[in-house]
Design a protein around this ligand. Structure first.
Ligand code: PLP
Length: 356
């Protein structure tokens, strides 16, 4: 079998959730949209089913996959519904639903549903993506509170710059939220991972941690030692060929790397079709049999090359970690000018092997 795979440490995932929930100081929805950021949503939900206060996904398709797999916990649809046709299914499967626009308020008022819905009313406090303005939000609150199709309301908002710890915007958004909601009855929800980790002064009834559950910090600042997140995914493969080259020899497509000394090269069975970034570039960090090493040359669809010159013990069959417990996916992302979110969500083709 091809040796490339992603190991998923579900014990670490559970510990990260417990830490996120303790930081939230209340309840926490585990955000497992986009197939749990590439970690396998069903396995992740099953690992937390008895412990999580609930889950959050992007859309009804993702929620129904979880229901079909036997997950009975609350599930929130973060983007709400795209079409009013979805409402009866949302009620039937007992899903919680975001409302982010006035047409959705009308659709709910006019719907005929098997049971009333728990609605999360999304307020735009400065992100300016989804959500209702302060005036619309209050109107929506009154109409939905009066609707027989609604059982309860949670008020929520989302931060645009929570990962920028010296930016005043997050506190401004939080205080706008407090202004809009202070005289409205109901639970509240504000914090994603960055806010849970970086803004201890901002809290609400429900946290919505995503990235941190997978063991990744949303910013580069060091945190107190007590906040120890554990990487959940280890993307790894093996060396399937080696060769010795003299100085001045090009490696791979476009000769992106030319040896500047006699070089021993290892070819690793993983590439951009597996979700490793094609333009990671020379020097991207890897771990070769547990020791720090570097990528050289351009990443191919199914393979990439690493420098074995300083790894005399390594050879055919040596294990190469692309990210995981040793190589931080956030550091690799910074090296490639992308985000850990994009790298994790982009993993494909390789089997996910869940443990714990
Ligand atoms: C994805 C998402 C989250 C989780 O964000 P992280 O940065 O991964 O913690 C929380 N809330 C909403 C509305 C989201 O879309």
């Amino acid at each position: 079998m091809r040796p490339a795979h992603a190991l998923i440490d579900l014990d670490a995932f559970r510990r990260n959730y417990h830490l996120a929930r303790a930081l939230a100081g209340g309840k926490a929805l585990a955000v497992i949209k986009a197939d749990a950021y590439g970690h396998g949503a069903v396995a992740c939900a099953q690992a937390l089913a008895d412990e999580a206060d609930g889950f959050a996904v992007a859309c009804i398709e993702e929620a129904l996959t979880l229901r079909t797999a036997g997950i009975r916990s609350p599930i929130l649809l973060l983007e709400g519904f795209f079409d009013e046709d979805e409402l009866p299914l949302i009620a039937e499967h007992d899903l919680w639903c975001v409302v982010q626009a006035m047409w959705q308020v009308r659709a709910i008022e006019n719907a005929i549903l098997p049971r009333p819905l728990r609605i999360w009313l999304k307020l735009d406090t400065g992100m300016h993506r989804l959500g209702l303005s302060s005036r619309e939000g209050r109107a929506a609150y009154l109409r939905l509170s009066a609707s027989a199709q609604v059982s309860s309301l949670v008020m929520m908002s989302h931060f645009a710059r929570g990962d920028e710890l010296d930016c005043p915007r997050t506190e401004e958004q939080a205080s706008t939220f407090t202004q809009i909601t202070s005289d409205l009855f109901g639970e509240t929800s504000l914090c994603n991972s960055a806010a849970l980790l970086g803004w201890p002064g901002i809290r609400a009834d429900w946290g919505r941690p995503g990235l941190m559950l997978y063991g990744v910090l949303p910013f580069q600042t060091r945190l107190p030692a007590a906040i120890e997140l554990e990487p959940v995914m280890t993307l790894e493969s093996k060396i399937i060929a080696t060769r010795e080259l003299g100085e001045g020899e090009p490696i791979g497509y476009s000769a992106r790397f030319v040896t500047d000394r006699p070089t021993r090269v290892g070819v690793v069975a993983i590439g951009y079709a597996d979700g490793y970034p094609q333009f990671a570039g020379n020097g991207a960090p890897v771990a070769i049999d547990g020791k720090p090493g570097r990528l050289i040359g351009r990443v191919s669809m199914d393979m990439l090359t690493v420098d074995l010159t300083d790894h005399p013990q390594a050879g055919l069959g040596s294990r190469v970690e692309l990210w995981g417990k040793q190589i931080s996916v956030a550091e690799l992302a910074a090296h490639c000018h992308t985000s850990a979110y994009e790298l994790l969500c982009g993993v494909k083709r390789v089997p996910l092997i869940h443990r714990g």
